[in-house]
Ligand binder design. Structure first.
Ligand code: AMP
Ligand code: ZN
Length: 111
């Protein structure tokens, strides 16, 4: 995607603080953290949101969750929350599928 912020981050055209990278996904710290520990994991393939996921993306989505399990152990998360906002009403501001990984403090109930 030509004009996608996260595609540009994946390509290294916009700087980010990388947490992890492999052939399928890229993880980096959120620029405006909502919790003491907050990183994002994105598929390298551009999908605009969770509503664009189909069965053919099952492997990459499953892989991302395995990566999250690995990284949260390595980064000493004591529990965590995974969030993906889909659509404007849910607060999605970047139109490239991303999973927020939040932790480092007690996370209250969400609405
Ligand atoms: P969402 O609002 O769910 O679409 O999440 C987008 C997230 O991307 C927000 O938490 C932003 O703080 C984060 N973000 C925006 N620009 C950057 C950037 N250049 N580097 C890292 N995170 C970013
Ligand atoms: Zn993109």
């Amino acid at each position: 995607m030509n004009d996608c912020l996260f595609c540009k981050i994946i390509a290294g055209e916009i700087p980010s603080t990388k947490v992890y990278e492999d052939e399928l996904c890229y993880a980096f710290y959120d620029i405006a953290p909502m919790a003491p520990k907050h990183f994002l994991v994105v598929p390298k393939k551009h999908l605009s949101s969770a509503s664009e996921i189909t069965e053919k993306d099952a492997a990459v989505v499953g892989h991302i969750f395995a990566v999250i399990a690995k990284l949260t152990k390595e980064l000493d998360f004591d529990g965590f929350r995974v969030v993906t906002n889909c659509g404007e009403i849910a607060g999605q501001t970047v139109q490239h599928l991303h999973f927020h990984v939040l932790g480092g403090k007690p996370l209250g109930a969400f609405n």
